[in-house]
Design a binder for this molecule. Structure first.
Ligand code: PRP
Length: 174
């Protein structure tokens, strides 16, 4: 497919919003330590920018999950492809996602991680496609609400490409 990418959210807007989110987290987690659980791969870009702006103590770990088995769109379960290195029991866990789309991934991930007894378990997502949610899940912190379009950049890919774009763009078929 031939396509081009149209900018949806500029780098400047993203950075400004991440700074606001970091300030909000600093206030809400004052006196505590945040343990970021970064969901590979797409969330890495957002997680780094967010973590750099936090002033409360931060630790972080990575996890890779796959929510769709055999091409099914809502398998309703997740497969853990890379497990966390550390135990999350008694930690103030904040799951970092690049996008909440159908919500299936986060719905299942939250159940999985909640069973490990963290002190708290919240979700932050850079992008939220609210109109596409199928699973009953809501992020605690949202960067931007976006329309139900195919987006790339700032960690998000199309066939593994365009993750490194510094802005979020929409894929438009030519
Ligand atoms: C994306 C995104 C979420 C998930 C959201 O990951 O990072 O984890 O899809 O979709 P959902 O709300 O419909 O479940 P993806 O599986 O594409 O992996 P990637 O980050 O490695 O590209």
């Amino acid at each position: 497919m031939d396509y081009h990418i149209e900018e949806l959210i500029s780098e400047e807007k993203i950075e400004k919003r991440i700074a606001e989110l970091a300030k909000q987290l600093d206030e809400e987690y004052a006196g505590k330590e945040i343990h970021l659980v970064v969901i590979l791969k797409g969330s890495v870009f957002f997680a780094c920018e967010l973590a750099k702006r936090l002033t409360v103590p931060v630790t972080l770990d990575f996890m890779a999950v796959s929510s769709y088995g055999d091409g099914m769109v809502s398998a309703g379960e997740i497969t853990v492809k890379k497990e966390l290195d550390e135990d999350i029991a008694d930690k103030e866990v904040l799951i970092v996602e690049d996008i909440l789309d159908s919500g299936v991934t986060l719905y299942n991930l939250k159940i999985l991680l909640a069973a490990r007894n963290p002190k708290s378990l919240k979700i932050i997502t850079l992008l939220d496609k609210k109109e596409n949610h199928e699973a009953g899940i809501k992020a605690d912190y949202v960067g931007f609400d976006i329309p139900n379009k195919f987006v790339v950049g700032y960690g998000l890919d199309y066939a593994q490409k365009h993750r490194n774009l510094p802005y979020v763009g929409v894929v438009i078929p030519d």
